[in-house]
Write a protein that binds this ligand. Structure first.
Ligand code: PMP
Length: 280
């Protein structure tokens, strides 16, 4: 792996961050995670555009998308990375601790490139979800590093033997702690609307467009626990995990407890898109 901090490539564990840093002390920062296939970043521009939206939404001066693109490619090149993930983070900067924005601080820009084996395993049994009240703030469309509620929900789900936490707010299903959620019912691929209450996942958007391009009906609509009870299929999505089938939510067995045909189709379409965009 390799890292970057404010202009220099460094080692991931180099001590470059001052203790008084706003990302660290306030979660005053935004981030992205991008996946690399075959030496190429998948949906890079979509991720960088979302980083722009996140930055603007917290009153952080917009990053230069072209410079970030260049940086991402430099790191891939440096590592000769074939497969892996890239983490980008922009914070409001280093400053003596004080809630209001510092006047003279400059943003900290950091990145980490991590090589992996490139095998994203899809559990063929499907995974279990555990539902929890969504205890996050009201602006979850911003990809900020204020992730404590997400971390706690994920840990609680794990301690119950579940793969992810399904977050419920005002009786509506929102998303998981780090993944979006889809329900298939009577052939319609449904997912909660991307309002301010969820992160509009890049994988979510890709799944919606691939599904509709291939003749499946899609719907961005409010979903509740009742939709879980009658679901034919459920799956969850993210950049790093791609698409993961769900066969149980709390005590409900989904469909017949086996992988659904729509999941298998959409999963295949996704893999084909990766090959189309990044090469074999
Ligand atoms: N929701 C949340 C809360 C997330 O943290 C993530 C992944 N970071 C996602 C959804 C999935 O987003 P993407 O497909 O862009 O990785």
């Amino acid at each position: 792996s390799v890292a970057y901090f404010n202009g220099d490539f460094i080692k991931v564990d180099d001590a470059v961050m001052p203790l008084e840093e706003r990302g660290l002390q306030f979660g005053d920062s935004v981030y992205e995670v991008i996946r690399v296939y075959n030496g190429k970043p998948y949906t890079l521009i979509e991720h960088l555009q979302r980083l722009l939206i996140s930055s603007e939404s917290i009153m952080l001066a917009s990053p230069n998308v072209m410079e970030l693109e260049e940086l991402v490619l430099q790191g891939i090149d440096k590592l000769q990375m074939q497969s892996g993930t890239i983490y980008l983070q922009i914070t409001r900067g280093s400053a003596s601790r004080n809630h209001e924005f510092p006047i003279d601080a400059h943003q900290n820009l950091m990145a980490i490139w991590k090589v992996d084996e490139g095998v994203i395993s899809t559990p063929d049994q499907g995974v279990k979800l555990k539902s929890f009240p969504d205890e996050r703030w009201k602006k979850c469309f911003i990809k900020s590093t204020c992730l404590l509620p997400n971390v706690l929900a994920k840990e609680k789900a794990k301690r119950k033997g579940c793969y992810e936490a399904l977050l419920i707010r005002d009786a509506e299903i929102k998303e998981c702690s780090a993944m979006n959620v889809f329900i298939v019912k009577d052939g319609v691929v449904k997912t909660p609307p991307a309002d301010q209450s969820i992160l509009n996942g890049i994988t979510r958007q890709k799944v919606l467009s691939l599904a509709s391009q291939n003749g499946l009906l899609t719907s961005e609509t409010v979903l509740t626990i009742e939709d879980i009870e009658v679901a034919d299929e459920i799956f969850i999505t993210s950049t790093t995990k791609e698409l993961i089938p769900v066969t149980q939510v709390d005590n409900f067995i989904i469909g017949n407890g086996k992988l659904g045909e729509n999941f298998s189709l959409i999963h295949r379409l996704y893999k084909e898109d990766v090959i189309r965009e990044c090469g074999a």
